[in-house]
Design a protein around this ligand. Sequence first.
Ligand code: F6R
Length: 609
Amino acid sequence: MCGIVGYIGKKDAVEIVLKGLRKLEYRGYDSAGIAVVCDNLLHTRRSVGKLCNLTENIKKNPISSNIAIGHTRWATHGKPSENNAHPHTDATNSIVIVHNGIIENYADLKNQLKENLKEFKSQTDTEVIAHLIKKYYKNDLFDAVKRSLREIKGSYALAVICKDDPDTIICARQDAPLIIGIGQEENFIASDIPALLSYTKNMTFLEDGDIAKITKDKIIVVDKDGNEQNRQVKTIHWDPILAEKAGYKHFMLKEIFEQPRTIEDTLRGRVYPNEGKIYVEEVKLSKEDIKNISNIYVVACGTSYHAGLVSKIFFENFAKISTEVDIASEFRYRSPILNEKTLVIVISQSGETADTLAALRLAKSKNCQTLAVCNVVGSSISRETNHVVYTHCGVEIGVASTKAFTGQLAALYILALDFASKKESLPKEDIKKYLQELWEIPVKIGEFLKNVLEINKIAKLFDRKKDFLYLGRHINYPVALEGALKLKELSYIHAEGYAAGEMKHGPIALIDEAMPIVVVATDSTVYAKIISNIEEAKARGATIIAIASSNNNEISTKSEHVIYVPKTDEFVSPLMSVVPLQLLAYYISVNLGCDVDQPRNLAKSVTVE
Ligand code: F6R
């Protein structure tokens, strides 16, 4: 939530910061702003709405400098407006700040700064930090920020510049991501890697409590106790091209089409189907450790939670370990029964989701083994967990998650098979067979993606509908949930996912002639059951859009529309069956003229509770 970019060096800082913000716009797009120091004066430009409005604003009112900080906002305190847009300044226009996070004691701090009260210009929690820094500023910005942060409670990634110190950016992090990009006679800061990829591959990930002083030639980092730290510099190998649309109309479409490759990348070096071997070397659990696991909790949010629901079936069927799946924001406030024999698996594309991070910390406090399935190298979750399995999906920019989901499924599938192999809970031949099935998935998805225009034809028939139901059973029940989530977040059409067998316990009352029902009916052990559910729905007048295996000759007699996908084994079928649902939601959203890559009210990385 909210993106921050900063630059100090010899180049045009405004251009670099605007370019970086463009890469971070998925983190929030309620407003955007930038601040520079020029001729010992602060200059800010802020605009409501998307970044293009700020770019226009700067074209009309140009500014330039070699130092700048910028922000793209997802509103928490105060509605989207120019006054509430970052950067925020103190009353004398000397200090300026951009911030991602929530200052929990901002009201108390504001009261303490009573004499300045009339000077507050926004309803944000952030502005108080600028006033506080000014209070402590005695010609040493680093010191003033350090003193101010001692009084602040909450979460923050922030960057500060001062008109009297045009060669320094001060930044700090606590429970919100912040990266320093290291260049030659220039340095950068950003909330996330993509903003910096075009400039440097060498990045330092600040840790909680860190405060950094950045000039063009030097970076000093101190930890929460004020001790200077030499934080590790990581080389990031992501290709900057991944952060471009590469000819696709939207990032989401590009990311859907990338799935054969991203799944392959997640499997490469880990899966050897001919030998039936799996190597998940990042997981340092011994055979004994795995045998000692009494139960697994999988904890995540949104799409990652749906991947978790699928993984329950992997862990229970392959590794024979009892598995519970929970939404992170619920898990963290319950009293889950956790002990050192519990393995807690958190799943997060961004590695920064506040609730998932809190769930991980709770698990660690109860001495559980923790393992993260994560896409972003160096993210908070990947650093705090005991073990991390990366999904090698590359940057995901579309706010609606697609390739991250199938990457997570692939990673969880091999993890469960790895456990099965170490526990000897499955015959070797079965492990080999399951690996082979997974290995073939990228090619099958690639085949399917050759005919996507058929899906658009169906989308055009239904894009004016007000409600949709999505049904699935067993391993494809979470896929129905995911299909419904994609549709509602992208097109704002009401959609619900249900376990098809639950329909007759209530939701069937919703069905009438106006209700399209998307049913995941690929070949499986529960296929006959789902056909009965289709019959029940049709008897109440519903229109059925079925997702079925390519060899199915029967289903077209039972459904008005069928989207055929290549036949797969049941356990890998979610990786395949979700793809048409991603595309259906995509095309409906495009046909309705919605903002596919940046749906309203959402942000990609949910770093606040
Ligand atoms: C939906 C979507 C979200 C995320 C959720 C968790 O398309 O993207 O539901 O899945 O916010 O995010 P991560 O995986 O980054 O923890």
